[in-house]
Design a protein around this ligand. Structure first.
Ligand SMILES: Cc1cc2nc3c(=O)[nH]c(=O)nc-3n(C[C@H](O)[C@H](O)[C@H](O)COP(=O)(O)O)c2cc1C
Length: 176
């Protein structure tokens, strides 16, 4: 699949078939994540792969009962690793770069999932403390996104995008 086709065709999928995701495909998604750009190539992120029903239930609870998350055969939780980023970049590393690293990896993974015929969704709305407890996360890991992954059982209409003219500012920022 052409990169523009993947970028434009990817949708947030919130309904999944029961079919499990093959390990080879999970591996490819993870590989796509590792090829994302990262500050100083530190790759300061970790991913927790959740397949067990009891942990999934805890993630649904952390995400304010968004049931579709638990219906995906696989849930990936991407976390920024502040220790790794701090080693090279101090505060800018812990406050910004590790979160950007995780976000870059997440977008690569969303695109890879789509290119492989899978569906996924970035879920950012969750109670961080509940999520931390569910996954035994140490303090130095900051959860960035919960990504349920599975075979799509929906084909959502593309939500509208801002016009390019609306987002560009020539030479200096100007309020429109
Ligand atoms: C930072 C961020 C947070 C998001 N949080 C949620 C969320 O909590 N729940 C959800 O269903 N979708 C969430 N989304 C997905 C967006 O709703 C979705 O990307 C947007 O509506 C555009 O639709 P599309 O992804 O199909 O193009 C989030 C996306 C991003 C980037």
């Amino acid at each position: 699949m052409d990169v523009f086709e993947a970028i434009i065709g990817r949708r947030s999928i919130r309904k999944f078939k029961k079919k499990p995701v093959e390990d080879e495909l999970i591996w490819k998604i993870l590989e796509a994540g590792t090829w994302a750009p990262s500050a100083g190539n530190m790759q300061s992120w970790e991913v927790i792969l959740v397949k067990k029903d009891d942990i999934k239930e805890k993630l649904v609870a952390a995400a304010y009962l968004r049931a579709f998350i638990g219906e995906a055969p696989l849930i990936m939780v991407l976390c920024a690793n502040t220790h790794v980023a701090a080693a090279m970049y101090n505060e800018r590393g812990t406050e910004l770069y590790c979160i950007q690293d995780a976000a870059c990896a997440a977008e690569n993974m969303l695109l890879a999932a789509h290119a492989l015929g899978l569906g996924a969704c970035w879920v950012g709305s969750f109670d961080e403390e509940v999520l931390r407890r569910a996954l035994d996360l140490p303090d130095y890991l900051k959860p960035v996104t919960i990504i349920p992954v599975g075979y799509p059982d929906d084909n959502p209409y593309p939500p509208p995008r801002r016009e390019i003219e609306e987002i560009i500012h020539q030479d200096k920022f100007q309020e429109i």
